[in-house]
Write a protein that binds this ligand. Structure first.
Ligand SMILES: Cc1ncc(COP(=O)(O)O)c(C=O)c1O
Length: 388
């Protein structure tokens, strides 16, 4: 995704306005509680925090999970530098070279980095836009299990697809992990953003019979629009895994003290905060999907969660199309950026007509950005694909 950065900078320097639908950085304001807590800090020395996390934050996370109906001991929680470090430490602790992890594709591209850093191999469960990227199929998952499989890794709700698992689907995947003695790494950083009441606030931790299998990846980044806080956590009740993870936590000493203090305060927000953020993203999702459906040839299913839409565009290659949008296209001096689909896939050749759109922009900007996308597609097809 980053390779377009220099092209975007060049377009900007030539006076083009770029509408960014390519970044997964929430734009809603961070709750004031974060800044208030940091401002109130008055220790004379800014010391290391405890390696597993500061008690104030561990208690806050424990209470948050209790409200979800998940009972945790504070020892079940290890605070990390974002969900990113949680994923890295989990992969390093679970995987040995050449062991395998099953991941439905398209998936969050950094998973590749974390799995490969641990020497692991990704066995992708391929899904397509025609099937709305739904992956919860017992036979298809089981078919990928080999003697080298260590884990199934899922994102629920999904980035980039917005797919949310039903309660039955969650149970089925939990059963597969249990029956095959696999770790189930469940990245739930978008948990609060599910746009249909049937899903509630999904959490695999609600199943109390998979304690030895389950690893939950969590973060304040998306929940509280606080990506810069760099605070996440790993949750597992598997004691052996806790020990391995703790070694990584100890070797990196601690997560930033002030960020943890601020993050603990985030968990004191009023319940209405969650409802308001969700309502805002739901409206934006509807705006984007409605706009995309008006563009001839676009294939899109309404996503049920997170803040992304994955869609197939009627162009030959979204990478080339994005480059063209930056270098050759504008409408009244404006153009648009999205994330081309291919990097979200492990399977070579997949996703080349697809894009991920992040709807972390105000409504009116989203309307304009999708309009630009539609105009861009029409012109690209005429100029570059020889359409009439
Ligand atoms: C699915 C998923 N997991 C984890 C992360 C990592 O987030 P952070 O390190 O900010 O917690 C992201 C960030 O975009 C994500 O989309």
């Amino acid at each position: 995704m980053r390779k377009f950065h220099p092209l975007a900078e060049k377009a900007k320097s030539q006076g083009k306005k770029i509408h960014h639908l390519n970044i997964g950085q929430p734009d809603l304001p961070t709750p004031e509680t974060f800044y208030d807590a940091v401002k109130a800090f008055n220790e004379s020395t800014l010391a290391y925090a405890a390696s597993p996390g500061m008690p104030v934050l561990l208690d806050a996370i424990q209470s948050y999970y209790a409200k979800l109906g998940v009972t945790l001991d504070t020892n079940d929680i290890l605070v990390t530098t974002g969900g990113s470090e949680a994923l890295l430490f989990t992969c390093l602790s679970i995987l040995d070279p050449y062991t395998e992890v099953i991941i439905p594709e398209p998936y969050y591209p950094n998973y590749t980095t974390f799995v490969h850093a641990a020497g692991g191999v990704i066995r992708a469960l391929h899904t397509s836009p025609e099937e709305g990227y739904h992956y919860a199929d017992r036979k298809r998952i089981e078919k990928l299990i080999t003697k080298n499989t260590r884990a199934i890794m899922i994102t629920n709700p999904g980035n980039p697809t917005g797919v949310v698992l039903s309660k039955d689907e969650m149970r089925m995947i939990a059963d597969i992990a249990k029956e095959n003695d696999l770790f189930l790494i469940c990245d739930e950083v978008y948990r609060e953003y599910c746009y249909d009441d049937q899903y509630g606030i999904p959490c695999m931790g609600k199943f109390d019979d998979i304690d030895d299998n389950l690893v939950i990846i969590d973060s304040v980044s998306k929940r509280f629009s606080s990506c810069g806080a760099r605070v996440g956590c790993i949750i597992t009740k598997n004691k052996e895994l806790q020990q391995a993870l703790l070694k990584f936590c100890q070797s990196r000493l601690s997560v930033a003290t002030l960020d943890q203090i601020g993050a603990a305060a985030l968990y004191t927000v009023d319940e209405s905060y969650y409802a308001a953020s969700k309502a805002e993203y739901r409206l934006r999702r509807d705006t984007v999907v409605e706009g995309l459906r008006k563009i001839p040839g676009v294939l899109v299913e309404k996503p049920m969660g997170a803040f992304y839409v994955m869609a197939r565009l009627p162009v030959d290659n979204t990478d080339t199309f994005q480059k063209w949008l930056l270098e050759e296209f504008d409408d009244n001096g404006e153009t648009v950026m999205f994330a081309p689909g291919a990097p979200f896939y492990e399977t070579p050749g997949s996703g080349k007509n697809e894009v991920r759109i992040a709807y972390v922009r105000q409504q009116d900007e989203l309307v304009r950005a999708i309009e630009l996308l539609g105009k861009g597609i029409a012109r690209y097809r005429t100029e570059k694909m020889g359409e009439e």
